[in-house]
Write a protein that binds this ligand. Structure first.
Ligand code: PEP
Length: 261
């Protein structure tokens, strides 16, 4: 396995929450507390909030991401948003989130096409992968992760530093309050790191691997203490300034500790 010191990242997926006004207030509060953090901090608001949040965050260290995009640049795709439209507003786009896969029925193939389209427009992609509860019980977790990774990454020509982030999100842990144990999360993140090395070669060592699934201020430190967990994709707790701030602080402490090793 290549030696890894990727960027540490804490990203908040707001999902379909907050009015525009409340979202801008949340962004202002996060900027006030987290600008200049020792780790990358990112917010992923709904599409309707992106321009406003971009203006709030302008000149700060916080990154801005969209929660999804379509696989084409333009055309008759009512209700969709293209990566070309996002590229002027956002740094990143989240693709393959379990709610897109399992609630909205996105296939591996569609996610792969979206990834290529997003990269064509220079967006960094946060690619989420993870098994359902029944897949875990059937002991197919690693096979599911392999399939999702291979299918998403095989159509990409080349990946350079800073273009890709992975997020391991067990579906059974998302929004359920049932966090994977640090050992469970680490086991799958090690597997992801190994596969990334095989699929991407040298650049894989710069790809952060996040854990997501009911991360809170109480469990973040232990998760970040695992050597192959480089941050978190946070849902529910990212809507609360105190909780999200505490998670970022835990990532800062873990980063400082890792740098001393
Ligand atoms: C998510 O939306 O990616 C997520 C991990 O949600 P939660 O933290 O609420 O489980």
């Amino acid at each position: 396995m290549s030696s890894r010191r990727p960027t540490r990242l804490v990203a908040g997926n707001w999902k379909m929450n907050t009015s525009v006004a409340d979202g801008l207030d949340l962004a202002r509060a996060l900027r006030a507390g987290l600008d200049g953090s020792g780790v990358e901090v990112e917010v992923l608001p709904p599409f309707t909030h992106l321009v406003g949040v971009r203006d709030v965050l302008r000149g700060s260290s916080l990154r801005l991401g969209a929660q999804n995009c379509y696989a084409e640049d333009k055309g008759a795709f009512t209700g969709e948003i293209s990566p070309l439209m996002l590229a002027d507003i956002c740094d990143d786009v989240l693709l393959g989130h379990s709610e897109r896969r399992h609630v909205l029925g996105e296939s591996d193939e569609l996610i792969a096409r979206k990834l290529v389209a997003a990269r064509r427009h220079g967006l960094r992609v946060i690619l989420a992968v993870g098994e359902t509860e029944s897949e875990r019980l059937e002991d197919t977790t690693m096979a599911v992760i392999d399939r999702q990774l291979r299918s998403a990454l095989e159509k990409l020509d080349e990946v350079s530093d800073g273009e890709l982030v992975l997020a391991y999100e067990p579906v059974w842990a998302i929004g359920t309050g049932r966090t994977a144990t640090p050992a469970q999360a680490e086991e799958v993140c090690v597997h992801i790191v190994t596969r990334l090395d095989q699929l991407l070669g040298e650049v894989a060592s710069s790809v952060p691997v996040l854990y997501g699934g009911s991360v809170t201020a109480d469990n973040a430190a232990e998760l970040f203490g695992q050597p192959h967990i480089h941050g978190a994709l946070v849902g529910g707790a990212s809507l609360k300034v105190d909780a999200f701030t505490a998670i970022v602080r835990a990532a800062e402490v873990a980063t400082a500790a890792a740098e001393q090793r």
